[in-house]
Ligand binder design. Structure first.
Ligand SMILES: [Cu+2]
Length: 159
């Protein structure tokens, strides 16, 4: 007499498990997977721009009296055109940095924190791929009178 009841309860239990599993699967498909794919989709043109923006750190840049240090001092780069920016230290003997000014710190969605990880030694370079708009004022850490600005703007092809 108690046997049919317990078998019935077993059936309900089984259905509950199946419903629970189905809910788990739909949660996974509706919420978990879209969350994973929510990372920004960056156009190929921005990941692989045709041109490079080059900024030369000229010899003698460490001299306070020398006007030229980052050349050009202010430059604009266009997303999808020349948004890969390279700083070349052409000094024969002095290391420099590319360090954002206080208030100009910038974290790119793709490339992360902007700024040379340390000294750019003579003959070496620092490069950064910008994938979004930015206005950054920067300086050289050991020689803070060396100052520059880079503006990253939407290119004609990506706006
Ligand atoms: Cu310097």
């Amino acid at each position: 007499m108690s046997l049919p009841t317990s078998s019935h309860a077993y059936g309900i239990g089984l259905i509950a498990v199946m419903v629970g599993a189905a809910m788990g699967v739909s949660y996974y498909q509706l919420y978990f997977i879209p969350e994973l794919n929510a990372k920004p989709i960056i156009p190929d043109k921005i990941l692989h721009p045709g041109d490079i923006t080059t900024i030369i750190i000229v010899p003698g840049a460490e001299n306070k009296d020398q006007v030229q240090n980052f050349v050009p001092k202010k430059i604009e780069a266009q997303l999808g055109v020349n948004n890969l920016v390279v700083w070349k230290n052409t000094s024969p003997d002095t290391g420099h940095t590319v360090t954002p000014d206080a208030g100009s710190e910038f974290k790119d969605q793709y490339s992360g924190q902007f700024g040379s990880p340390g000294i750019i030694k003579p003959g070496q370079k620092y490069q950064f791929l910008f994938t979004q708009e930015a206005v950054i004022k920067y300086h050289c850490d050991p020689h803070p009178w060396m100052r520059g600005e880079i503006d990253v703007v939407h290119g004609a092809l990506t706006s």
